[in-house]
Design a protein around this ligand. Sequence first.
Ligand code: CO
Length: 215
Amino acid sequence: MDNKIEVLLRKNKEWAKSVKTGDPDFFTKLTNVQNPELLWIGCSDSRVPANEIVGLLPGELFVHRNVANLVVQTDLNCLSVIQYAVDVLKVKDIIVCGHYGCGGVHSAFVNNKLGLIDNWLRNIKDVMEKYQKKLSAIKDEEKRLDRLCELNVMEQVINVAQTTILEDAWNRGQNVAVHGLIYSLKDGMLRDLNVCIRNFSDITEFYNNIKKAGK
Ligand code: CO
């Protein structure tokens, strides 16, 4: 273990040195203030590092990650991140980013028994049940799982939009939008799921579209 920590410290030294070489004031500028315009809610998966995949530097992205990028109304941790981002940092955009091949989504999909985490992944089973008709119409299992990854992101976008935090922000006229993206491990590309919630009527429209599509 000690060796591993030594390696990390050495790599960190090299990284800090190279950043400083590129911009001698980089760390001084960041010491006093952080002013990100974006909140990123993503999966803890080690293959989906937030800053790297969108090419943003330290200071440019406020990040919350958990298994399967879930936004649960009783999760004080996630809610605190959203509240701080919206009320204090005044971010303009919140991105919920999922990914294909998500282990959490897969576990819920095949009903794996992994322990405590099964309770957390229960939220994905709720998404499965909500869209059962739509999902069972997809015959190819891999495609069905991909679709569940997408639907999970869309549902979490709505969960963000339905927090009291966003409600209060919109009521006071603050501009903040919630978006859903999905990342592909296969090609490193992000795709826009075209759910953008900017206000209360966007939430209504989202639900109307679901109804129209017959779930
Ligand atoms: Co994942």
